[in-house]
Design a protein around this ligand. Structure first.
Ligand code: SF4
Length: 299
């Protein structure tokens, strides 16, 4: 029995063959880093999750060959070009147009996935995404993390919840698939507050979600607060309990892109149990079986 709608099953339905995600770094920054809103970045962020991303200059084809070479043993022929690092729509429009048009027209690219922020989706950017979406599927990934204002201020997210709601409305108007990131275990949040974030994301009508455990990473301001004893991280059992509540609060047709997180192990300060991804995923799957978890059962 499937306890939730996984990304793998969705990819098989959508593309009918194995597709592999390739991460790229378009050389972007963020409004919370370049001084427009802040210079410090989000409190947990060690650099836009782009540790394994291939840098792309003017020639996407060249970067694609490099990225494909790394996964040549996986047997995939089609790929999702994932612009993962920093804010993928925060650059001059002509740079975005050139980069993403090359990417989506590449014969081996099945879909384009762009990680960005709800406050970096102006009308011109949405029009560009819409045009690209008419060529091949475009997925927009939004980092919401929480719906709670006090936590959003603490993590220095830099925009308010209505900005997210409005961005999702406009993306839906244009039929652009949206995947939202939320973090489980942010300081000061109770399990019920976390579940409310999942529920809001479900109700906002987006197609996918990435549920991520809060990682404390070396060199971040979050590490400073953690080492000062201002909060503690979740145990594996606590994480699984909250994760189950979230899954049960999400619409049954929403695609679950991630159940944990993919922090760079060398920089992981806490929780250290999360470094063993295989054991964590086994524990989650066993608990879902034991507890008979069903996506959407709380709705
Ligand atoms: S989490 Fe995202 S928006 Fe925040 S600083 Fe990092 S890359 Fe930028």
């Amino acid at each position: 029995m499937d306890h939730y709608r996984s990304l793998n099953s969705f990819l098989k339905e959508q593309f009918g063959e194995k597709v592999y995600k390739l991460a790229f770094d378009g050389g972007f920054t963020c409004p919370t880093r370049d001084g427009s809103k802040d210079t410090r970045g989000c409190i947990f962020c060690s650099g836009g999750s782009g540790d394994f991303a291939v840098p792309v200059g003017d020639d996407f084809g060249e970067a694609m060959e490099m990225a494909k070479a790394v996964v040549s043993d996986k047997g995939a022929k089609k790929f999702i070009a994932y612009f993962q690092s920093y804010t993928g729509t925060y650059a001059p429009l002509e740079r975005l147009r050139s980069l993403y048009t090359q990417a989506i027209r590449h014969p081996d690219v099945a879909a384009l996935s762009i990680a960005t922020r709800p406050d970096c989706l102006g009308e011109d950017v949405l029009d560009l995404l819409s045009m690209l979406n008419s060529i091949k599927p475009v997925w927009t990934e939004l980092g919401l993390q929480t719906i709670h204002p006090s936590t959003a201020a603490y993590i220095r997210r830099g925009y308010d919840l209505p900005v997210y709601d409005e961005a999702v409305r406009r993306l839906r108007e244009r039929d652009i698939t949206t995947v939202v990131h939320m973090i489980i275990g942010l300081p000061g949040e109770t399990p019920e507050m976390i579940r409310q974030t999942a529920q809001h994301i479900g109700e906002s009508g987006v197609e996918g979600i990435k549920l991520q455990l809060l990682h404390v990473l070396r060199g971040t301001d979050l590490e400073r607060d953690y080492l000062a004893g201002k909060f503690s991280t979740l145990s594996l059992d606590e994480y699984i309990n909250v994760l189950e509540m979230c899954i049960e609060s999400l619409p049954p047709d929403m695609v679950i892109h991630r159940l944990t997180g993919d922090g760079a192990k060398r920089d992981l300060i806490a929780p250290l149990w999360s470094a063993d991804k295989k054991t964590v995923l086994n524990a989650i799957n066993n608990a879902f079986e034991r507890d008979n978890v069903m996506q959407g059962s709380r709705l």
